[in-house]
Design a protein around this ligand. Structure first.
Ligand code: IMP
Ligand code: MG
Length: 179
């Protein structure tokens, strides 16, 4: 049954329920295992949005790995501002490391596209991009996302780490903006 939640001035309805998310995240852990078993990659989760997905994804991965965090922002309310600001930068030495970037959602691609050159400067052995969600029709940059949880239409979503003006990250399901 569909549930409605109110976040500030906007109404949202259930779109991907927590059981479906859990199952898909488990599968994604297995898919990553096929590529990374026997290696020791470092996950780089992009804060804030990806913290919930990242915490579930790493626990779905059976191979050895490390995790670190960076904080980038490009969003103002429900629209991408087109600028990317680094609020917490890279702390680790990534030289010759297999790096797996974890995003909550790839929308216009602005965040990831502008972050990749910085990441490449730290000379990783490889860069893999994992995103729980992608809005393919919103993509504005030539990007290859290696692992995608769900492709979704170009509508604003909240929950499972994703926010609207800072709120709604604690919702267990993913909700879509009501028209
Ligand atoms: P991009 O830079 O346009 O690809 O947007 C990436 C970032 O914008 C994501 O990491 C999210 O934090 C945020 N974002 C994009 N779409 C949504 C959405 O539908 N709901 C909440 N946050 C979003
Ligand atoms: Mg984000």
């Amino acid at each position: 049954m569909s549930k409605t939640v109110q976040v500030l001035d906007l109404s949202f309805e259930t779109y991907i329920d927590k059981k479906t998310i859990k199952q898909r995240v488990k599968e994604m852990g297995k898919e990553l295992g096929k590529e990374f078993n026997g290696k020791k990659p470092i996950f780089l989760a992009i804060l804030n949005g990806s913290f919930v997905f990242a915490s579930d994804l790493v626990r779905a991965c059976k191979f050895d790995h490390e995790i670190s965090f960076i904080k980038l922002t490009s969003y103002e309310g429900t629209v991408s501002s087109g600028k990317v600001i680094t609020q917490i930068g890279l702390q680790e030495d990534l030289t010759d490391r297999e790096v797996i970037v974890i995003e909550d959602i790839i929308d216009t691609g602005t965040t990831i596209y502008h972050f990749l050159p910085t990441l490449k400067k730290s000379n990783p052995k490889s860069i893999t991009i994992v995103s729980l969600l992608q809005k393919p029709t919103a993509l504005k940059f030539p990007l290859k996302i290696d692992y995608i949880g769900f492709e979704i239409p170009n509508k604003f979503v909240v929950g499972y780490g994703l926010d609207y003006k800072g709120l709604g990250r604690n919702l267990k399901d993913i909700y879509q903006l009501k028209e």
